[in-house]
Design a binder for this molecule. Sequence first.
Ligand code: GLU
Length: 448
Amino acid sequence: MSISQAIETVEANYAHQPEFIQAVKEVAISIKPLYDAHPEYETLKVFERLVEPDRIFNFRVNWENDKGEVQVNRGWRVQFNNALGPYKGGLRFHPTVTESVLKFLGFEQIFKNALTGLPIGGGKGGSDFDPKGKSESEIRRFCYAFMRELHHYISKDMDVPAGDIGVGGREVSYMYAMYKNLTRESTGVITGKGVGFGGSLMRTEATGYGAVYFLENMLAAQDEDIKGKTVLVSGAGNVSLHAAEKCIALGAKVITVSDSRGTLHDTSGFTQEKIDWLKAQKAQNKPLVDYVDKFGGEWLDGKKPWQFKADIAIPSATQNEINEDEAKQLVNNGVKYVVEGANMPLTAEAIDHVREHRVHYAPGKAANAGGVAVSALEMSQNSVRQYNTFEQVDQQLKNIMKDIHDGAAGASEEYGQTDNGYIDYMAGANMVGFKRVADALLAYGILN
Ligand code: GLU
């Protein structure tokens, strides 16, 4: 069966899972040159094997709200592939979570994790629970209830969750507490823990900082520098604010952040002081619009950040946040680099558009791999029961992001995808990630 037949099968079996199909197609298109060079992948049906998760657990989460009413949510853990190491990937709590979303995220995670060069497989999980508007004690009760179910399916050398949208340090701590309570084990079973009880320094900053380190490598490949560049960031969560913070520290001017309600635009650029204020505001669930009274700038209700002139865009909110029209806006506004801080923030049509216009494009599985990379470093620190310093982790992260960049750029060149200095990071990253997993599968025979 060829790759195109495999896609047809996925489309027929999972017509109701559009995000999953989108993620599968992106990889399928990209790996063609690699597949052509390695007929053994086709003979041993590597792609067909990789699009079917090892298993998916689906469970019910009962919990009580502050009024004492019983609430019922759905929970999942997708154990997608463990060829390279324990299943590894975050937990997302958001009302848009479905099996399709978690399968797309889990599928991406396989190759993202492979790209880090660390021994981690791919998984993802979460719930349709909506943290918005919930009290602190409701969040705590939900996290306890979620882990009461999830703990049956995970362990430190088998499946190691972490955070994602709606799950940060606070939620990870509650879930870890329940895991410890049930098992009496203190292990690296979940990453993103508080520093002081097993968490790694820099895990919070890692995804955003890592994306900017990746960007620095892209710029260097074009003999450019981040200093003085204007940057559009979307989102106002962990990835966005840390990406913005690192851009600012390196001398760029960040003029937007956003959330589901609209966009905050500050032509004078955010400063560290303003970013610190935004972090505190978001941590208390308060609206971004309050910024205007304090620092100036403008609030654009219901709008996204892509209408402004800039050199670089770092979409860091959520999947499919940039459609074809928005990609056209980016190109028309002079954006030359798009770096995905979120997972799959560009639709397939948007990706085509930016690539056709030779905008340098870094897919999320390469650009945002810094988060899971530092999670893997947290796992190894936990295994030897030691802590590394902030500087040590930061240096490791920089090295990993450079290796991912150079690996993807190298594969783009090797398989004839680089055109006049324009590097195809999407093809390169997908081929490097895919090859690492595929070669492990071949070595195992037909068991995985
Ligand atoms: N949720 C993050 C991601 O999309 C991090 C996963 C992890 O640290 O395991 O890669």
